[in-house]
Design a binder for this molecule. Structure first.
Ligand code: SR1
Ligand code: MG
Length: 389
């Protein structure tokens, strides 16, 4: 029988004391700070140290108890964090404790950093975020792929990261619902003509179906699965990637696409003169990903065809093309689907907000439909700039 019960600020304190993370006698402060869609997050602070207690709820917090959700995701997140910590320790929070029944993970407190989405909205530029995120993605993906692990070990690991319910959320909210008049969609009335145009675009639907199939069937590597700027804690010098509860074996291009798409959406919310640092991040994350993936490929590759001329170059080009498509889908779903981004929703002026969202839809649709034509991040940035005209 499961011993699950949801924590409160008080019971979270009792738990960390019982686990010996703090002395019984110590006075601790405890606050629920989660602003995500799915979980409780308690910040527990003593005199000299602090920790984060994250607990999965048996339903999606963003919708309520009418949307039940597996607690298994806490175990997935905990195991993904431990693996990511092995391959990219500088960019992963340390895990101190986890309990499958209670669906909790106790981890390093990162509150000296800021959620990157919030920082970007407030005008921060985080000079190292793209370099760090590119390294994180290349290392975690390459290290869990057939190339690094060999097909047998990889398949064994893949079996332990089947994440059907969370994948179902992505399959619905990212790859399906925004392309139909679905109940989960959420947009302001002024966007209805744009949404309807999109629902009638059969070419866009065909491309979306192709990308959805890729998501459903490719098992390249252990993905983070939800790598938007709200899943990143950052400062001028540090970057930590959190929240891998959507982790599963999926296509190489997915994580980098989501990071890049969220930078583009922040760029939509900024004045032209302040977009340059985001464009630079987009180019950098791709440069770093390609460089790091290539370094790892050359250092450690179990594949018989690893040295076959043109194979690595073909693969990197294929990842880029997939990613351009996934990027477009992320922009579309964050604009008219269920889960929005504050970058766009927070634009106060109604006309400016509507324009930014219309641009997000149009640029997103172009990325999806023309993904085969893009071969570099510079080209994506140029296409984005054309979408601002
Ligand atoms: C019901 S969950 C909605 C969204 O929040 C998560 O962060 C994922 O992006 C998901 O699509
Ligand atoms: Mg999350």
């Amino acid at each position: 029988m499961s011993s699950y019960e949801s924590l409160t600020t008080g019971s979270a304190v009792s738990l960390v004391k019982k686990l010996g993370l703090f002395a019984e006698s110590e006075t601790l402060s405890s606050r629920e700070i989660g602003d995500g869609n799915l979980n409780y997050v308690f910040h527990i602070k003593g005199k000299e140290k602090s920790v984060i207690v994250k607990q999965a709820l048996p339903y999606a917090k963003v919708v309520g108890e009418s949307w039940p959700l597996t607690l298994e995701r806490a175990d997935i997140e905990n195991r993904a964090l431990r693996l990511q910590g092995k391959f990219a320790p500088d960019y992963t929070p340390k895990v101190y404790y986890s309990d499958k029944d209670l669906a909790i993970t106790i981890m390093e407190d990162l509150s000296h950093l800021e959620i990157a989405r919030t920082g970007f909205i407030n005008g921060e530029d985080y000079p190292l975020i793209a370099q760090h995120t590119g390294e994180f993605i290349a290392r975690t993906l390459y290290s869990t792929s057939d190339f690094a692990m060999g097909p047998q070990e990889k398949k064994k690991l893949q079996n332990t990261f089947c994440n059907p319910e969370l994948c179902d959320i992505t399959e619905g909210l990212v790859f399906t619902d925004p392309f139909f008049d679905a109940e989960t969609n959420d947009f302001e009335e002024g966007l209805r003509p744009d949404a309807e145009k999109l629902w009638q675009d059969s070419n866009l639907k065909l491309h979306t179906a192709q990308l959805k199939r890729l998501f459903l069937t490719s098992g390249d590597a252990l993905l983070h699965g939800d790598l938007h700027t709200g899943s990143i804690f950052a400062s001028e010098t540090e970057t930590k990637i959190i929240d891998p509860e959507f982790a599963f074996y999926g296509p190489f291009g997915f994580d980098i696409a989501h990071f890049t798409a969220n930078l583009f959406m922040n760029a939509l919310s900024r004045e032209d003169s302040r977009r340059e640092p985001l464009y630079a991040h987009i180019v950098t994350v791709w440069d770093v990903f390609n460089r790091e993936f290539t370094r790892l490929w050359k250092e450690n590759n179990t594949e018989a065809f690893a040295k076959t001329e043109g194979y690595l170059e073909w693969l990197l080009a294929d990842i880029f093309e997939q990613a351009a498509g996934f990027m477009g889908l992320e922009m579309i779903r964050r604009t008219i689907g269920l889960a929005h981004v504050k970058d766009l929703d927070g634009i106060e002026d109604e006309a400016a907000r509507l324009q930014a969202k219309q641009r997000s839809l149009a640029i997103g649709a172009r990325f999806v439909k023309e993904r085969h034509q893009f071969t570099s991040a510079d080209q994506l940035v140029s296409a984005f700039q054309e979408g601002l005209q």
